[in-house]
Design a protein around this ligand. Structure first.
Ligand code: HPA
Length: 274
């Protein structure tokens, strides 16, 4: 049995409590789960269905980031039954990986078999410009490699991450216009990287860098969901001390406001195609 179709009896107790709270408000069984990251909450406005605040779902913790709403939206989007995490929670807010990934466990327990993740990322690869959309083909996670693997202590162990980003979904993304691909470097944040760290991440093979996504992707893979992820490049990373540019969160949020309609257009074409 795929864990994505786990019965209540095989889900952890906190997932069962969350599931019961959602089931009290809707009986929609979503096929596709979405995580709508920085500045992308508005994409959820098109979902025809119910919205439930994280505060009303046991076990879900509130987002403390202003551009992240903190709601589950469940209903129909572009002809598909979806559940969307409207605003995510991050490790840099002080939450554990178990807390940041609880919504993914809930979305899988609701029945979603596919997870589409969006995020904002800094461009390490000089070919990627602010405003670009880039499909994540693979990742490097500094937190995972240094003891913060989100599956640490979880029931699921030794999950392969080869092909974590589903090759068929990568092709589908290409067909709907996301023609660039890259390796996403996951850092804990919340500070931005120094130029020396930027050069290190680039030398390690990273094309973009961000503070999210990987924990959720890893838990989704542990639950046997198909996964794809798209980064909106919100800023070009600073590679040299000679470059006086100071990266700010406002810069990233302004860029994401421009990226949101592009991301929405991609989802509009992707959802019916997968
Ligand atoms: N670094 C890390 N995370 C980010 C960045 C960045 O430059 N931009 C958006 N998220």
């Amino acid at each position: 049995m795929s864990p994505a179709t786990k019965t209540s009896a095989t889900n952890p107790p906190e997932t069962i409590r969350a599931l019961d709270a959602v089931r009290a408000k809707t009986d929609v069984t979503p096929d596709i789960a979405l995580i709508l990251g920085s500045g992308l909450s508005d994409v959820a406005d098109a979902i025809d269905g119910v919205r439930i605040d994280y505060a009303d779902i046991p076990g879900l913790v509130p987002s403390t980031v202003h551009s992240h709403k903190g709601q589950m939206a469940i209903g129909t989007l572009h002809g598909r039954k979806v559940v969307a995490q409207v605003g995510r929670v991050h490790g840099y807010e002080g939450y554990s990986a178990a807390e940041t990934t609880r919504p993914v466990r809930l979305m899988a327990a609701l029945g979603a078999k596919t997870l589409i993740v969006t995020n904002a990322a800094g461009g390490l690869n000089p070919d990627f410009k602010p405003g670009d959309l880039v499909a994540i083909a693979d990742h490097i996670s500094l937190p995972n490699l240094t003891g913060f693997d989100p599956l640490r202590g979880a029931e699921e162990r030794f999950v392969s991450m080869n092909g974590a980003y589903d090759p068929a979904l990568l092709k589908a993304l290409f067909k709907v216009g996301v023609s660039q691909r890259g390796v996403y470097c996951h850092v804990m944040g919340p500070s931005f990287e120094t130029p020396a760290e930027v050069r290190m991440l680039r030398a390690m093979g990273g094309d973009m860098v961000g503070m999210s996504t990987v924990p959720e992707v890893m838990v989704a893979r542990a639950l046997k969901m198909r996964v794809c992820a798209v980064s909106g490049i919100s800023n070009a990373c600073v590679h040299s001390l000679d470059d006086p540019h100071v990266t700010t969160a406002d810069e990233a949020w302004d860029a994401m406001a421009k990226i949101a309609p592009k991301m929405a257009a991609v989802l509009e074409r992707l959802l019916p195609a997968i």
